[in-house]
Design a protein around this ligand. Sequence first.
Ligand code: MN
Length: 293
Amino acid sequence: MKIVRFDGGRIGLVIDGTVRDVTDAAGVEPREWPPVGPVRLIAEFDSRRGALEAAAVTAPPIPLDNVELEPMIPWPNKLLAYPVNYRDHAAEMATAGLASVQGFFLKANSSLCGAGATIEIPDLPGREVHHECEIGLIIGKGGRQIAAENAYEHVFGYCCLLDITVRGKEERVMRKSYETFTPIGPWITTADEVPDPANIDMKLWVNDELRQSANTRDLIVDIPNMIAIASAATTLYPGDIICTGTPAGVGRIVAGDVVTIEVDGIGRMSLPVADSRYGRNAVFAKPYQFVRA
Ligand code: MN
């Protein structure tokens, strides 16, 4: 099942390239604040699945191009991220700070946006803003101290995810928490449609140039162990999102670019890039030169 959020908090299923509005069957109130309906939907998914499928059969098909795609989970309990989780990226960053020794960090939930958004480059003279091509892992059943061998039972689904980053030496959390710095989408593909999560190809282009290409078999901390480590330190809740890490090839994006990410069997989305008038602050006042190792 491919689940989307669109047009002011409505919930849809994507079938044959069209959206079927199943908002009522999902039990979600559009335009509610805070927008926690999607988290509740994921928690109640097993009991609602039949009603969603039935509603989709009778709902009129809406062309995908006619809807504004929004982040499926705009208000999760947590947005976690693993840094340096592919060896080729560790090499280009010349760092020994692998995910296996650093663990996870958090990004601000307010950095989430959907496939219909524009990536905003903050007003930071002397700084580069980079793309990171990742797979978003969505928790279904929550838990604490989840064993790696049971971890897949806790996965709700997967999506394309961009971990947009200001390069520098300051706190990762601040450099990665700007508005629109975590596009997710275009929808969530449920785990039953992903036969082998340890063998998923992903690619990222800026305009027509292929910048990143990798497979989840090259992860340093694999998906089950990401869940085991995260749930050892925190309680995972339905709808929590894990940024699983980026491979080599990160690079600068500027206003006017279009970033396209494709994750095999999961989805593809393209977001334009534009300048923002916000963002300048004392912490990022000093320029930083990114040098690829
Ligand atoms: Mn990342």
